[in-house]
Design a protein around this ligand. Structure first.
Ligand code: C2E
Ligand code: MG
Ligand code: MG
Ligand code: MG
Length: 275
């Protein structure tokens, strides 16, 4: 008699576990077929220079037009793609898609496209050959690729070596969402990066209480001292932009300037903002 509730709870828990596992694996199956059926596409968000307000590059952000679920945001499917070994084929598809997109556009030489690259990608044994291919392919259309990595990636063992190899190929490397992960500052002593993207949560503190914006000021100072190009993410108000410009933050990205756009829309936006 006393065992029955436990037994029921156990059966319920096992059922829940199996159901979750199933929904996860079927979403992974959907990602796999989604890559084959070209359901993924890219939107591009301009990154403007604080000197002249012109776009010097974009960040490529992936979107998924799921046949039943509609538009799915990356926060939902990127973690699943990472756990199911699908992130490498997905990222390769993203690179090819951006190559195809930008071969239809004419941009100033040195125009940069930032890609978010997950840690799983760097474990590939042919990573160097792949990046060499990418660099050449993008160079042919006058574009410079930039790889955005998050702090959690810096913590893996031979990442330092991989980053150095990338930079030797003239591929720019940015640390993304800076300040939200677990970088110890000492890690920044071990290698050099090109860009540092200051997470939106710090930009949000501008104009709020002074204690939190001291942290932002310190990150900006760190960029200047270490010769990182500073990029502010999630700039939404003119007040934030003015503050960042007054502190010599080099690049600004956010809804104040432009939302992520499909290629057609981006092409019009670039035309309208080139002079
Ligand atoms: P992230 O790399 O930090 O990208 C910036 C996110 O901030 C994007 O969200 C962008 O749309 C959003 N954003 C930009 N400006 C503003 C603003 O002014 N206000 C607000 N509220 N948001 C702004 P999105 O596109 O939903 O991407 C979310 C995250 O998903 C990205 O964060 C990145 O970590 C990941 N992700 C996106 N595309 C890819 C990809 O191709 N590969 C990988 N591995 N991850 C990706
Ligand atoms: Mg990013
Ligand atoms: Mg970011
Ligand atoms: Mg972010």
């Amino acid at each position: 008699g006393i065992l029955l509730p436990f037994l029921l709870a156990f059966v319920w828990l096992v059922g829940l576990h199996l159901w979750r596992k199933k929904s996860r694996s079927s979403l992974a199956d959907d990602i796999k077929s989604g890559i084959e059926n070209q359901e993924f596409f890219l939107v591009y968000q301009p990154i403007v220079s604080s000197d002249d307000g012109k776009a010097k590059g974009v960040e490529a952000l992936v979107r998924w037009q799921h046949p039943q679920m509609g538009l799915v945001r990356p926060d939902l499917f990127i973690p699943i793609a990472e756990q199911s070994q699908l992130i490498v084929p997905l990222t390769n598809y993203i690179f090819e898609r951006a190559l195809a997109d930008f071969s239809k556009l004419s941009v100033d030489s040195g125009f940069r496209i930032g890609f978010n690259v997950a840690p799983e990608h760097f474990i590939q044994s042919d990573i160097e050959a792949k990046f060499r291919y990418l660099k050449d392919a993008f160079a042919r259309i006058g574009v410079q690729p930039l790889i955005e990595i998050t702090e959690r990636q810096l913590l893996t063992a031979d990442m330092c070596e991989r980053i150095t190899a990338l930079r030797e190929l003239d591929i720019l490397v940015a640390i993304d969402d800076f300040g939200t992960g677990q970088t110890t500052l000492s890690l920044l002593q071990t290698f050099t990066l090109d860009y540092l993207k200051i997470d939106k949560c710090f930009i949000d503190t501008i104009g709020q209480d002074s204690v939190t914006s001291h942290v932002l000021d310190t990150i900006i100072e760190l960029c200047h001292k270490m010769n990182y190009v500073a990029v502010a993410e999630g700039v939404e108000t003119q007040q934030q932009a003015d503050y960042l410009i007054s502190r010599d933050v080099h690049f600004l990205q956010g809804y104040l300037f432009a939302k992520p756009m499909k290629l057609d829309e981006l092409s019009h936006w670039l035309e309208a903002h080139s002079e």
